[in-house]
Design a protein around this ligand. Structure first.
Ligand code: MSP
Length: 518
């Protein structure tokens, strides 16, 4: 088992101009699975999420709703907070950028930068896309719009600038010295070539609206929403109190999880701000891909936005969590389709894993009076399967630490499939009639293998894994990775509760025909 260490990980903070959709749920889920994994592995974890409540986009949405910006954000941040219990996110804090603790932190970072002459007063004349809260150069526009398709408007106003251009070389050597800072590798290359292309100073204040963090010592300006927002990661661990125990323990963050669309802010601007303020930059930024819906780009105008709560109602929570982390190599784009979801749910979960558990527990009830069987001498096949389950944690840990969730699940399912091959080869239902002791040994091995599978799958399918461990009478205190191997082995004779299915099948008479298929 790994030694105890602190691990601080964050989701982006979500704009409150709209309600949560599958994209928000996905970023947070990727963090949640890792946070759960690390806690089970004995680490001291802090997992942060929250809402990004300033800026023109939110102000505009409040105006459209006909209420004050403050009442609007108070109302709209609620569904994001409520997402955690609904999807089983185990965040330790939920930050809102309108909180006093955050405003103080953002202003302090500003003062540090100003004191070091990293910020100067000038004036901005150029394009701005409110939807992206991003400045664009004329040369970046495509048919008069932002490269993202967002409409742009011409902005001309006094503005403070951050001396980003000074940080180009330092950033490039930072990427070079920290090859794991940006993942996946393709994204890393994109960022490096962007920085190599040359950096211009960044406008970091606005004067044409008021909904933001006031710039210290200059009331006419509010901070650019991205500079404000990025600082949240430090606010939540106590900044500006850099002597606080939380700041010392958790900063620099080990991982900022983001979508590919917001990588530049996290991998270029953020480390530059921090280095300029003489604060350690985060250890890693992972940019995941985007989901489409049945092959189509998700958009409000198309009307195909996916509500994660509806998916949970339709397919189940663990099923959704498993699907999102298994269906695409983490980092790539993915397509959500009903057929693909049902295939995973019925194939991997119900047939492969669920059936295995049910068959084994039912046989233990029937042949062993519902008690953990007594194992006799082990044969090679028993040892091999048991060892593969006991050793599973090593590749799974390695994959989680690289955010390669799909690989971790693939490793786990390799053992699920071996267990299915073993049960068919050993045929304990036949053995029972000719050699009850041997049948008991086989069932013991299978129960132990299932215990290991349930332990390592907990971060992804926490409810079902919990139910399986309940059915094996594993105490709550014995569900961490420290119980992997013989040290946590099931005790023969322990009475087990009546088994019940954990991974139901999706049954629907009319799955849309002609879609997906295999
Ligand atoms: N407020 C900024 C982040 C500030 S962090 C200091 C922001 N907010 S957001 O609400 O727009 O963030 C959305 C998150 O959801 C991003 O990580 C984005 O990549 C992700 N997704 C939005 N749509 C998505 C999909 N269709 N698929 C997957 N993720 C998507 O950006």
């Amino acid at each position: 088992m790994a030694t105890t260490q602190s691990y601080y990980l964050t989701t982006p903070i979500y704009y409150v101009n709209d309600k949560p959709h599958i994209g928000h749920a996905y970023t947070s889920l990727a963090c949640d699975a890792l946070a759960r994994f690390l806690r089970l592995d004995g680490d001291d974890v802090k997992f942060l999420t929250g809402t990004d409540e300033h800026g023109q986009k939110v102000e505009k949405a409040a105006k459209e709703a006909g209420i004050s910006a403050q009442s609007f954000v108070d109302k709209m941040s609620q569904p994001f907070r409520a997402l955690s219990p609904a999807i089983g996110f185990t965040n330790d804090d939920f930050i809102r950028t309108t909180e006093a603790r955050h405003i103080a932190a953002a202003q302090q970072l500003w003062r540090e930068l100003r004191a070091r002459d990293q910020i100067y007063l000038g004036s901005y004349a150029g394009w701005y896309a409110v939807r992206d809260e991003t400045y664009y150069a004329e040369s970046e526009l495509i048919d008069g719009a932002a490269p993202t398709g967002a409409p742009v408007e011409w902005v001309e106003e006094p503005s403070y600038f951050f001396r980003l251009s000074r940080w180009q070389d330092r950033l490039l050597s930072f990427y070079d010295e920290n090859p794991d800072f940006i993942a996946p590798a393709t994204r890393r290359n994109e960022v490096i070539s962007f920085v190599r292309g040359g950096l211009t100073d960044l406008s970091v204040s606005r004067t044409s609206f008021r909904w933001g963090v006031p710039v210290p010592d200059d009331d006419a300006h509010i901070m650019y929403v991205w500079m404000d927002a990025l600082t949240n990661y430090m606010t939540a661990v106590g900044y500006p109190h850099t002597d606080s125990s939380d700041f010392k323990k958790y900063w620099p963050a080990r991982l900022h999880m983001v979508g590919k669309d917001i990588l530049r802010f996290h991998a270029v601007f953020w480390p530059a701000f921090l280095m300029a303020a003489e604060i350690d930059p985060p250890k890693r930024v992972f940019a995941h891909g985007w989901w489409t819906n049945e092959g189509e780009k998700i958009s409000k105008t198309v009307g195909n936005v996916i509500d994660p709560l509806v998916l949970i109602d339709t397919y189940g929570l663990d099923q959704l969590r498993y699907f999102l982390l298994r269906e695409v190599p983490f980092g790539n784009d993915g397509d959500f389709s009903h057929q693909a979801m049902v295939n995973r749910m019925n194939g991997d979960l119900a047939n492969d894993f669920g059936n295995l558990v049910q068959r084994v527990l039912a046989m233990i009830q029937r042949y062993c009076d519902g008690r953990v069987p007594l194992a006799g001498p082990l044969e090679d096949a028993d040892e091999a399967l048991l060892r593969s389950a006991q050793n599973l944690i090593t590749p799974v840990r390695d994959a989680f630490l690289r955010q390669a969730y799909h690989e971790a699940l693939d490793d786990i399912w390799r053992v699920v499939r071996s267990a299915n091959v073993y049960i068919d080869q050993q045929a304990p239902w036949k053995l029972q009639k000719i050699d009850a002791n041997r049948a008991a040994t086989v069932l013991y091995i299978l129960a132990e293998v299932i215990r290991h599978l349930a332990l390592v799958i907990q971060p992804v399918t926490p409810t079902a894994a919990g139910k399986i461990l309940d059915q094996l009478a594993v105490n709550l205190a014995d569900r961490t990775f420290s119980r992997i191997g013989p040290v946590g082995a099931l005790e023969s004779g322990t009475l087990l509760p009546e088994p019940s299915g954990v991974f139901p099948r999706f049954t629907e008479l009319s799955i849309p025909s002609g879609e997906g298929g295999g």
